[in-house]
Design a protein around this ligand. Structure first.
Ligand code: XCC
Length: 666
């Protein structure tokens, strides 16, 4: 019998097999060995005080089970879920705070290593924040923008500045149900307070605060981070890059930047191209310096510079096992502690750089936020010094895919409408006519508990085949890239004829890589622009759009799922439900949220069911909006048939052979 695959990335799978042969443990082995605790997995374990932990299980647990204090199952499940939202919001938003502080330091001249790269974006943001910008020095405007953003973290009353970016009707729903966020830190703190022992016990009341916190993440932390990154380092434009382990070079110093923040990585990019640093690498016997990324720092630098990505979360140990990584610097989030253990078997140096994050057995070179160049020099020298220590040890498996990334919301608008009439009109028209059935935001992690990246691949294939346009972020994008689906030709071949026709006319691929996890905020911006354009829904709710995170694992993904639900988007997560123990909580998140916000959060482990639910939501929204019924194959099929005839492939039907997971990596 064939052994089940652990990763759907073919070269990842080859390295996993190599690791098994060499008795090196990976997250895939640990996922197999450590079965999830069934009580904690569904949210039924309460450990908010030391009378417990209390496990609320047994027959009729929903009605009868209680903790020592009397907390019922819905209370416990809701509280646990809220703490995930708070942690996810804190992670994105603390990153965001650092970005705002960097902008302030650049504006005041404290940080001389960076400049404002995108003045147009700065002015756009200043306009939204009602900050005067015309005729003022750029750095003065930047200072006001940074300080206004920083106020949103500690704001005590009113609403976050960016709430007003949402369509008016969306804001009205938030006001009606009391979920417009006040300050980012305030919502996180209040959530932690309310979920402490003996405070808030009503599941619906708790979950409402959960949504308020999540909105502080989406329309606060994430959106601020995206905007500041664009202002400082440039708003992304389409860029060609490469993905998977083949990005490493045998004859150059391979330096990998891993984590989530773009700041130090930007300095590393600058320093790595300096002639003196290249000479230094040559003095160690290498031909040059080759940069690569991992997880969301990878997405940040891929979007703006075309730096290649070695992949998402489940690829980090495997990258080291190629034996080709001379140094891997990490900042914050999604960094497996296991990488330092793996690195001991190879020559790779792991470098921690944030004052917030240290690891056993790593070298710590602290990122000097006002002088990142100096830190970057130190790290790159260490990588070069380590190049001569490279041995034959390692899998040396190096296959890669090309991709196009860099689709900021600004660029999508520009591509759709052109320089003089940038607008979302063509996209709305294509959805109205049924050429495009709907839009899916595909986000979230890759996960070793399923064939990693495999559910992403399945859904991507099926959705584009069904004329659904995909916008992707985070490790979802890395999964698509490593599978070759971010190569426009490959995706276009698999796309349904209506979607293909639109993409070819406009010149965009059917899967648009929007960036890192904080760049999910770009999806909120796109949805808002679509609502304002007219012809579909006049709020985010009710659009033929769905969010999917099929392999999520991080608390950050939960915060993202909730801010989409609260903004009016039905969201489907893969895997077992972390609120599955309570019917009441599940019902609130699916039915009650749907009634109030026209958004919901479902958990569904079966990929086929995720697909079915997503298409049902899209078709249901089309019906409610009285749009033309979607008919598969109605548009563009004739031209595609002609194309295929020209390529002597007419013997197959237009979609033949497209349905399964395409394994053509490499
Ligand atoms: Fe982390 Fe952003 Fe998840 Fe990937 S997708 S594993 S959170 S890196 Ni956000």
């Amino acid at each position: 019998m064939d052994k089940p695959i652990k990763s759907a990335g073919t070269s990842a799978e080859e390295i996993i097999t190599w690791a098994e042969d060499h008795k090196i443990e990976t997250c895939f082995d640990r996922a197999e060995r450590l079965k999830p605790c069934p009580i904690g997995e569904t949210g039924a374990c309460c450990r908010v005080c030391h009378m417990g932990p209390c496990r609320l299980v047994g027959k009729n647990a929903e009605e009868e089970a209680m903790g020592v204090c009397g907390a019922t199952l819905p209370t416990v499940v809701a509280r646990n879920f809220l703490r995930m939202i708070a942690a996810g919001t804190a992670a994105h938003s603390d990153h965001s705070r650092d970005m705002a502080n960097t902008l302030l330091a650049v504006a005041t001249g404290e940080n001389k290593d960076f400049q404002i790269k995108d003045v147009k974006k700065l002015y756009k943001v200043a306009g939204i924040l009602e900050i005067e910008f015309e005729g003022r020095p750029v750095n003065d405007v930047a200072k006001d923008v940074a300080e206004t953003f920083l106020q949103d973290f500690g704001r005590q009353t009113g609403e976050l500045n960016y709430c007003k970016r949402a369509p008016e009707k969306t804001q009205a729903r938030w006001a009606k149900y009391g979920i417009a966020p006040r300050g980012i830190d305030r919502e996180v703190v209040e959530t932690m307070h309310r979920t402490a022992v003996g405070v808030d016990h009503e599941a619906d009341h708790l979950l409402t605060q959960g949504l308020r916190t999540a909105l502080a993440d989406g329309w606060g932390g994430c959106m601020i981070s995206t905007d500041v990154s664009d202002i400082l380092f440039g708003t992304p434009k389409p860029v060609k890059a490469e993905a998977s382990f083949g990005i490493f070079k045998e004859d150059e110093v391979n330096m990998v930047v891993h984590g989530h923040e773009p700041t130090l990585a930007e300095a590393i990019i600058d320093v790595a191209s300096r002639p003196d640093m290249i000479e230094y690498a040559k003095s160690k016997g290498a031909k040059g310096i080759n940069l690569g990324g991992m997880c969301c720092t990878a997405n940040e630098v891929l979007m703006r510079h075309g730096i290649p990505t070695a992949g998402g979360f489940t690829n980090q140990e495997l990258a080291i096992m190629t034996g080709l990584v001379d140094a891997l610097s990490v900042d914050v989030q999604c960094i497996m502690p296991a990488i330092t253990q793996v690195s001991k078997k190879f020559h790779t140096k792991i470098i921690t750089t944030s004052h917030k994050a240290k690891m056993y057995d790593a070298i710590h070179i602290e990122h000097n936020e006002n002088n990142p160049t100096k830190t970057a020099e130190e790290i790159l020298k260490l990588a070069c010094d380590n190049y001569p220590n490279r041995t034959k040890e390692g899998s040396h498996i190096t296959k890669k895919e090309t991709l196009i990334g860099g689709f900021s919301d600004e660029y999508i608008e520009y591509m759709l409408g052109g320089k003089w009439r940038a607008s979302y009109r063509p996209l709305n028209d294509a959805i109205q006519s049924g050429r495009i059935r709907g839009v899916v935001g595909l986000a979230g992690c890759d996960n070793p508990r399923v064939p990693a990246t495999g559910i992403h691949k399945f859904l991507v294939n099926e959705l584009i085949r069904n004329d659904v346009l995909i916008v992707s972020t985070g490790c979802g994008s890395a999964a698509c890239a490593s599978a070759g689906y971010l190569k426009p030709e490959m995706a276009l071949e698999n796309a349904g004829p209506g979607l293909r026709e639109v993409c070819e006319a406009v010149g965009i691929p059917p899967i648009l890589h929007l960036g890192s996890c904080v760049d999910n905020s770009r999806i909120l911006t796109i949805a808002t622009a679509m609502a304002k354009e007219g012809g579909l829904s006049d709020e985010i709710a009710g659009m033929p759009a769905v969010g999917i995170a099929p392999e999520w694992m991080s608390e950050k993904a939960i915060a993202i799922g909730c801010y989409f639900a609260a903004s009016g988007v039905p969201v489907i997560f893969g895997g077992e439900s972390p609120v599955g123990a309570s019917e009441e909580v599940t019902k609130i998140m699916t039915e009650v949220w749907m009634e109030r916000y026209m958004g919901a959060l479902h958990f569904e482990p079966e990929p086929e069911k995720i697909l079915e639910m997503a298409l049902n939501y899209i078709d249901g929204a089309r019906d409610r909006l009285k749009l033309r019924k979607y008919e598969p194959g109605k548009f563009g099929a004739e031209r595609i048939l002609m194309d295929m005839a020209a390529r002597r492939e007419i013997k197959n039907a237009p979609h033949a052979g497209v349905g399964g997971i395409n394994e053509s990596e490499g």
